[in-house]
Every structure is written in C-alpha cells, then in structure tokens.
Ligand binder design. Sequence first.
Ligand SMILES: [Zn+2]
Length: 198
Amino acid sequence: MKMPLLITSEKFSGENKMDEELFHVLNSKEERWQKRLEISQKERKTLISITLCLPLKYRTDQKYKELFLEFCNIYTKYCEENGVKLKNAQGLDGFDGPCIFYLSDSNAIEVKKISSKFEESEKPFRIMDIDIMDENQNPIGREEIGLPPRKCFICNNSSAACVKAKTHSKSDLEKKIKEYFLEGKEIIKNVNIFSKKY
Ligand SMILES: [Zn+2]
C-alpha cells in the first residue's frame, strides 16, 4: 500500500493552475487518508471508504455526486443482504470529490469479498472505489482475497495495462462515463420499483 505523498504549499506557489489543482487533489487525498487512520484507530473495527473512480471534473459534478450517494445506498443494502451490517456513515466532500466512510463489526476479509462482488455486480458500479481497512489499519487489497487487479474502465484488460499503453482516448473514456451514468440511473429506478433486488 503506497502512502499518499506529503506535500507542502510552498512547492506550488506561483506555479500554474494545473499544479494548483494537483496540489488541492493531493491535499484532499492526504486529508482522506488521515481521516481513515483516525477513525480506524479510534474505533478498531473494519472501515469501509468509498470514493468515485472518475476524472476530477466528474467527481465534483453534482449529478455524479447524487449518483454516487444512490449507489452507496444500494451498496449498504447489498451488504446487509449478505450478512454485513454497515453503521456510522460519515461523509467527506473535499476538493477531490465525495467520500463516504462506514464501520462494520464484520471481518475485513469478508467485507472485502462482498464489496468486490458488489463492484462487479453491475457495470456502472465500476465508477466506485470501495476500500477496506481492517481493525489494525491494514488496507485489504484484492490480492488478499485472491482476485486479480481491477479491470480497465472500458475493456477487459487490466486497468494498469491500459493506462500504461494509453489504449483508450479521452473521448472514449468520457463516452463510457456518460454511458455508465445513464445505466446507473436505470438501476436506481429499478431498485426503487423492485426494491427486493438489493
Ligand atoms: Zn482497456
């Protein structure tokens, strides 16, 4: 697990807007990481952190934030139906986009397994990143439960391979994001009608 970079404000002073944006994003990531540690050390329970796995402009877009919250609701129902109760929801809406934390008395490995299944249960859930930390502040990765790295946002290859080879253009990515948004809206509508599914 890579620790987020600790950066200082002097580093970007007087530089261009992109650096400033990067500075704020990294700061928000750091803030989120510290918050995770703080909650975990205090509560000593399995900690779930959910963020949006999208470019910054979508992460901070109100429409996508609303979709994110709806997906989080579906996720809590999904967990409950699989015997995992989530509690003490806390939100953090930083420069970097929204984040929701939950605590659970269930074993971290168990929660990771259910969460990974959830992420793969519907295509649009690909926009969510569900991170699990055990009661001793150890992040639980996919490899710990025997799963390969997450697939690419667009195709079936590993995400890392596509990023490295720059397989997909920015417009392909944006097209996919919009597709997921519309499909996500449909899922929410169906959950409301057939609420038994989740
Ligand atoms: Zn790909």
